[in-house]
Write a protein that binds this ligand. Structure first.
Ligand code: NAD
Length: 495
């Protein structure tokens, strides 16, 4: 039976006022997977109004009371996690291990935020006189619009609703049209957990109809977006009319540096993760490979040998699944064609893999390794978001390598492989990225602050800094002396 998903507004699943539905396709087979509601502006109003009204009561609860709802949600997700894992395999095409890992991440993050209940503390500051005091309260902003991508559709939702809810905000969630059902699954667990109506609402639909409308809605106070950098720019423009607080987690173009003294086996193993995790569709994916000339051939051969062992195909029995949709497939193959036209060479892969007939309409692309890539080629400047990597040989000047790495519009994750502690520390100081992984794989930890420099975004998520993004500091001044005006400059000045 065909799956159909409605909107979730004010604690209920409701039909969209337009009665319009959009199609979602299974990326492994290209077949129709289900239909989901296309919200109208009227539906957006209803969802935001519900969140706005619910917030007034939600913020009056203590954070410990709020955490109880989160713990219930965690239990419900844990009990039924296998169905979420299956959804991630079907809707995104993630291999089973990665689907399991993502659900672990969802639980880990929600747990972390629930535990924050007793850690949201303000300050008491001395006033300007002995009998004056200033209370600096950490207060919620109000309604958070959470806009999420398709590549880690469950984890990105947990990362946003967790801190928003524990701090007393309510949420309108707008997931990607490529992963509406993962979002719906989580929201259904929110319903079962008994959150007060309106605390979390789900809006799905066309960005062209509701995008700007949502992001310039006067009742929205925070917009937390994970998506492409150009989406961040659009949202920033639109949100400027309402002065919304923005948390923007955007694209990446991670440099992966392999120095001459690196443990090559380790570096190649980590690159298998950094490049092929989620078929390269990750904001922290290695996208630019800089290898020291002394070890260039040896390292690439090692990496190709490992790449050859990858089993590509449908998620349940493979190491790497498809890309998310046809558009992404065209984009990735376009990058490769253009690089080849500009002089790059395909060392391995390129094109679609040979797969059984059932998957012939799936959006699969071969793991692909290119050499002779130049710093100014588009493949080294723009986010590929696929299982494709270009390699560039670098010389003995480490300063130059750091400069090459930093020479990017993006600044999210970066990787360095060396046994030289002084080079590692130099990179730690000089690399201008939100994250540097030295001799290790990612992904980022919940207790780390995930943040990007330049076009990779502003503000950040996770860790205590991430929680702080969801609260404002409200200052309350009090004077408990007999005469609070004594010695103050208050007119009239002439007797
Ligand atoms: P996208 O920008 O196409 O879409 C992200 C979300 O924004 C979707 O829900 C989409 O419907 C919505 N959207 C698009 N235009 C909008 C508009 N004008 N107004 C309001 N909402 C709008 O991104 P995607 O393709 O879903 O995800 C992949 C991108 O996300 C990549 O660039 C990747 O690097 C980035 N990403 C970043 C992080 C991070 O933590 N920095 C994590 C995961 C993904």
């Amino acid at each position: 039976m065909e799956k159909i998903q409605e909107l979730f507004i004010n604690g209920e699943w409701v039909k969209p006022s337009s009665e319009e539905y959009l199609n979602k396709y299974n990326p492994s087979t290209g077949e129709l997977y289900g239909k989901f509601a296309a919200a109208s502006k009227e539906d957006v109003d209803r969802a935001i109004d519900a969140a706005y009204d619910a917030q007034k009561k939600w913020e009056k609860l203590t954070s410990v009371e709020r955490s109880k709802y989160l713990y219930r949600l965690i239990d419900l997700i844990r009990q039924d996690r296998e169905s979420l894992e299956n959804l991630l395999m079907d809707e995104v095409g993630k291999p089973r291990k990665e689907a399991v890992q993502e659900v672990d991440g969802v639980l880990d993050q929600l747990q972390y935020y629930a535990e924050f209940a007793r850690k949201i503390t303000g300050d008491v500051v001395e006033g300007t006189k002995p009998e004056r005091v200033i209370f600096q309260y950490k207060v919620p902003y109000g309604v958070v619009l959470a806009i999420t991508p398709w590549n880690f559709p469950a984890a990105m939702i947990a990362r946003k609703i967790g801190p928003a809810l524990i701090t007393g905000n309510t949420v309108v969630l707008k997931p990607s049209s490529d992963t509406p059902f993962v979002a719906g699954w989580i929201v259904e667990k929110v319903r079962q957990a008994g959150f007060p109506p309106g605390t979390v609402n789900l809006i799905t639909g066309k960005g062209s109809v509701i995008g700007d409308y949502m992001t310039s809605h006067k009742k929205i106070s925070v917009i937390t977006l994970t998506g492409e950098s150009r989406t961040g720019v659009q949202v920033m423009k639109s949100a400027s009319s309402i002065m919304a607080k923005l948390i923007l987690e955007l694209g990446g173009k991670a440099p992966f540096i392999v120095w001459k003294d690196a443990d090559l086996e380790l570096a190649a193993k980590v690159l298998m993760w950094a490049k092929y995790w989620n078929a390269g569709q990750s904001c922290i994916a290695a996208e630019r490979l800089y290898v020291h000339e002394d070890v260039y051939d040896k390292f690439l051969n090692l990496f190709i040998e490992k790449t050859k062992t990858l089993k590509i195909g449908e998620p349940r029995t493979s190491d790497m699944g498809p890309l998310i949709n046809d558009q992404q497939l065209k984009k990735v193959s376009g990058f490769v064609e253009e690089a080849v036209n500009q002089g790059a060479k395909i060392l391995y892969g390129g094109g679609k893999p040979q797969l059984p007939e059932r998957y012939s309409k799936g959006f699969f692309y071969m793991p692909t390794i290119l050499t002779d890539v130049k710093q100014d080629m588009r493949i080294f400047r723009e986010e590929i978001f696929g299982p494709v990597i270009g390699a560039m040989k670098v010389g003995d000047d480490f300063d130059e390598v750091i400069e090459l790495a930093n020479d990017s519009d993006y600044g999210l994750a970066s990787y360095l492989f060396t046994k030289d502690v002084s080079l590692a520390m130099k990179a730690a100081r000089e690399i201008k990225f939100g994250e540097l992984y030295i001799n290790m794989p990612g992904p980022e930890a919940t207790q780390g602050y995930h943040t990007g420099f330049r076009m990779s975004g502003q503000a950040g998520e996770n860790s205590r800094y991430g929680v702080e993004e969801y609260v404002k500091v409200k200052n309350v001044y009090i004077d408990y002396s007999k005469d609070p005006t004594a010695g103050e400059v208050i007119p009239p000045y002439t007797d």
